[in-house]
Design a protein around this ligand. Structure first.
Ligand SMILES: [Zn+2]
Length: 225
């Protein structure tokens, strides 16, 4: 069984890449089965993340088929950070497990034309975020700061359309009227999030990440998640 530890970008490159191995007969079939299992596991775990469509098993089945195999087992709990699959191909079966590291995830890149400002943030949060961004020398930037309730409504409806279920949408986007972005008490950062966290420590900034599954989302310490 292969075990794959992946970050998002790696997931995509592995899915897109095709490894052609010149092997004969059974060894070749076994290798093709393993490739199909790897692809299915990676696709499943990616679907579980914030940029997936939240149907890991369906994705695993498609990627197994793209690779000429059939999905025979999928231990794919929606929203989990780990997926295990089994596929069958011409009498061979192969298993693979893929693990996604939420710390390596980041919000989708935004165009510099749309980069957010710290306007509208609660003053203590604005000061902390301005200091953090200045100290990062361009390696950490603001993706989203204060947000209107209209914008929060749009985001939640997008999540509802994507996940097809209000409870699943709630896992990724706060309901309008409940997000700390709407009251200027939260920011989403991008770039080098590891550096952001060490600068928070070094500079003693009153920032923390209340939600482990959204490592880009920072709030003032002492606020409720
Ligand atoms: Zn956020």
């Amino acid at each position: 069984m292969s075990v794959l530890f992946v970050a998002c970008s790696l997931v995509l490159s592995l899915i897109c890449g095709t490894i052609v191995v010149a092997l004969g007969g059974a060894a070749q079939t076994r290798a093709r089965a393993q490739t199909a299992a790897d692809a299915a596991a990676l696709a499943a775990v990616f679907e579980s993340g914030p940029y997936g469509s939240a149907n890991p098993e369906q994705r695993a089945r498609e990627y197994a088929q793209h690779n000429g195999a059939r999905l025979t087992d999928c231990d794919c709990v929606e929203g989990a950070t780990e997926m295990e699959v089994e596929v069958a191909l011409d009498g061979f079966s192969a298993r693979a497990r893929a693990v996604i590291e939420p710390d390596k995830l980041a919000p989708a890149p935004v165009s510099p034309l749309r980069s957010a400002t710290t306007a509208g943030l609660q003053p203590a949060l604005k000061r902390a975020v301005d200091r953090l961004i200045a100290a990062s020398n361009g390696r950490v930037y603001l993706v989203s700061g204060a947000r209107s309730t209209d914008r929060q409504t749009e985001l939640w409806i997008e999540a509802l359309q994507k996940y097809g279920d209000p409870e699943a949408a709630d896992n990724w986007v706060a309901r309008p009227g409940t997000s700390n972005h709407e009251t200027g008490l939260a920011v989403d950062l991008s770039g080098d999030l590891g550096l952001a966290v060490s600068l928070v420590d070094e500079l003693g900034l009153p920032l923390w990440r209340p939600m482990s599954w959204e490592p880009w989302h920072f709030e003032l310490t002492g606020m409720d998640g």
